[in-house]
Design a binder for this molecule. Structure first.
Ligand code: UDP
Ligand code: MG
Length: 310
């Protein structure tokens, strides 16, 4: 019996690149005749022709499966749906925009025949990306790697191929706030990293705004690290300590020079600083609280509108 590889592709408004992507992946599948394929396209509530293109493909190619969401739920939800619906012995996660070159699937499959459970990818350059965006990403990866117990690899992409056991492990984590990069490294398993140069999107536009990325970055930290809470406590202790020294200083000065009044500019600065730190810490706690709030609602990650995957 040939093994089955499920290729999960999350698509949100990708009508421009889908034909290019399908052509390419079809080529690759022809080079890998020793395995079966299913191409599982997850239409994340696209507003363009994405779904109709996928449906047309599924008419001419029985390997093409689709899941279509009732609205846009985000890439994390799309990947989760793909993993849930995939039937393969191996499952690959890919973007539709050709930034995850399909040709690597061959290498990935070969590595899985060795002793590896997961083959993951990272990009070593960020060519073709806005400078400021790469700088922020670099700093952020350093930060989150230090802060969380799980390892966060700089430049890691979601593009990867996994054995069934790994997929089941990922699905067994049923948290609502899913930060995949963290989840992947949390489940562990023997991982082979493939590095490649950043590839430009073949067509269409990126779905990420700068603000969106900032939110994603903060979500990543709160999902896999409680270090910010520790920092809040640290600030508390630090400021108590400073206050103690200040009190002693004021008492002694009053005893020696008399009149404690005066110096209100410094007072205002101190009040502003301390209340700023307080608000920051309340904000940090608030981020965690909002996560707990969303978790307790137990809402579904996505809602499927139609599918041809049984
Ligand atoms: N995507 C998705 N849902 C979204 C946003 C993006 O399924 O809400 C898909 C998108 O179609 C693409 C992949 O996620 O296949 C990566 O998106 P994009 O290329 O915009 O991100 P970038 O590569 O710029 O980080
Ligand atoms: Mg992309």
């Amino acid at each position: 019996m040939k093994k089955l590889i499920s290729v999960v592709v999350s698509c949100y408004n990708e009508s421009e690149v889908l034909p290019i992507f399908y052509k390419e992946i079809d080529e690759v599948s022809k080079k890998m005749r020793y395995v079966e394929f299913e191409f599982l396209f997850v239409d994340d509530g696209s507003k363009d022709k994405t779904l109709s293109i996928i449906k047309d493909l599924s008419k001419s190619d029985s390997r093409v499966k689709y899941i279509s969401f009732s609205r846009n739920f985000g890439k994390e939800a799309a990947m989760n749906a793909g993993l849930t619906y995939a039937k393969g012995d191996y499952v690959a996660l890919m973007d539709a925009d050709m930034q995850d070159p399909p040709k690597y699937l061959i290498d990935m499959y070969n590595f899985l025949q060795e002793d590896y459970d997961v083959v993951a990818t990272r990009r070593v350059t960020r060519k073709g990306e806005p400078k400021i965006r790469s700088i922020f990403s670099r700093v952020w990866y350093k930060l989150i790697d230090k802060m969380s117990d799980t390892e966060m690899v700089d430049g890691a992409r979601d593009f990867r191929m996994m054995k069934r056991a790994v997929v089941d492990a990922i699905l067994s984590l049923n948290e609502y706030n899913r930060y995949s990069k963290g989840i992947f490294s949390f489940v562990g398993f023997k991982t082979k990293w493939i590095s490649y140069e950043n590839v430009k999107r073949a067509a269409g536009k990126t779905k990420w705004s700068f603000f969106g990325l900032c939110k994603y970055a903060i979500d990543g930290i709160t999902s896999f690290s409680t270090t910010p809470l520790l920092l809040a406590s640290f600030f508390g202790i630090l400021f108590c300590f400073l206050a103690l020294i200040a009190i002693i200083f004021v008492i002694i000065r009053t005893l020696i020079y008399g009149d404690p009044v005066g110096g209100w500019p410094s007072l205002v600065c101190i009040i502003l600083l301390v209340s700023g730190v307080q608000l920051l810490c309340i904000g940090i706690i608030g981020r965690y609280l909002s996560k707990v709030y969303l978790e307790t609602k137990k809402r579904p990650l996505y809602i499927v509108r139609e599918t041809n995957q049984k």
